[in-house]
Design a protein around this ligand. Structure first.
Ligand SMILES: C[S@@+](CC[C@H](N)C(=O)[O-])C[C@H]1O[C@@H](n2cnc3c(N)ncnc32)[C@H](O)[C@@H]1O
Length: 264
């Protein structure tokens, strides 16, 4: 309940402080992002397929035995969960998933890591956004990971690797095998320590073109604290706070740090 109050209060503040539709965004790179990603209303062909798939998941009665990982599991008490319940409460909304698709597509991202597969919907948005990209998605729950893998196979998605492990173990291992990470999407285990830890672990593999995205930065005070610390890291030159998630960029051509709050 405390968190809900914090979320509403933060949203009201965000609503009044955020820029709209790219107004007053002076950085050409950030302005282009507003045009091509945040406020780009184009409908991609894949979106129809992905909406149909989401609607199928919303009716899927399959029972999965799901372990509770991280801090984001307050909607569920039992271990048995129906796919339709997870799809209704535990995955990124359509607008956000489409925005991630547009981001990958616009940046032509090649190496994408998602922390938190769940039923695998955002993994498919990433995979379809750039069919040449390599997507790695990590999920602690075995049955969820298997379900997501099957979903990808049934939809002939071949560029996604499903890793069933805890983030703390799998992320350093995966990073050690990669030259760099273009997109990191942190969508699970919303605690201060874990969020900062994933950032610190992954930032060694960021390039000038990388973007890291942190979901639920106003989930509670501690998540906002983690977000503030991440933004202030010396390697971060641009941050975009979209309330539901925050994005950071490492572009060296930015002579001064730019912090934007945008209203979606
Ligand atoms: C919000 S869901 C991911 C939703 C997915 N990205 C989407 O939008 O379709 C978060 C997932 O992360 C997993 N998770 C949370 N903490 C984890 C951890 N420490 N290690 C591995 N998996 C974890 C949970 O089991 C859950 O399925």
């Amino acid at each position: 309940m405390g968190d809900k109050f914090y979320q509403i209060k933060s949203y009201v503040k965000h609503y009044f402080m955020a820029t709209r539709k790219g107004h007053n965004v002076h950085s050409p790179f950030a302005y282009k992002l507003c045009e091509e990603v945040f406020y780009n209303t184009s409908v991609f062909y894949d979106f129809q397929i992905l909406i149909k798939l989401r609607n199928t998941l919303l009716k899927d009665e399959t029972d999965l035995s799901v372990e509770d990982f991280g801090a984001g599991s307050q909607n569920f008490k039992s271990k048995k969960r129906k796919v339709k319940e997870i799809a209704a409460k535990g995955i990124s909304p359509v607008k956000q998933a489409q925005l991630l698709y547009k981001l990958v597509n616009y940046l032509n991202a090649q190496t994408i890591i998602e922390l938190g597969t769940s039923v695998g919907i955002t993994s498919l948005y990433f995979s379809l956004a750039n069919k040449q990209a390599k997507v790695y998605t990590i999920e602690g729950s075995n049955e969820l990971s298997l379900f997501a893998k099957e979903l990808a196979k049934n939809n002939r998605v071949l560029n996604c690797t499903f890793i069933n492990a805890k983030f703390d173990l799998a992320l350093p291992q995966l990073l050690s095998e990669l030259d760099s990470v273009d997109v990191l999407y942190v969508d699970g285990n919303h605690t201060y320590e874990a969020t900062l830890n994933y950032f610190k672990t992954a930032k060694d593999k960021c390039s000038n073109d990388s973007v890291f995205i942190f979901d639920d930065i106003y989930w509670n005070k501690n998540m906002t604290k983690a977000w503030e610390e991440i933004k202030s890291d010396a390697t971060v030159t641009l941050s975009i706070d979209a309330f539901y998630f925050g994005m950071i960029f490492f572009k060296k051509e930015f002579k001064e740090k730019v912090h934007l709050k945008i209203l979606l």
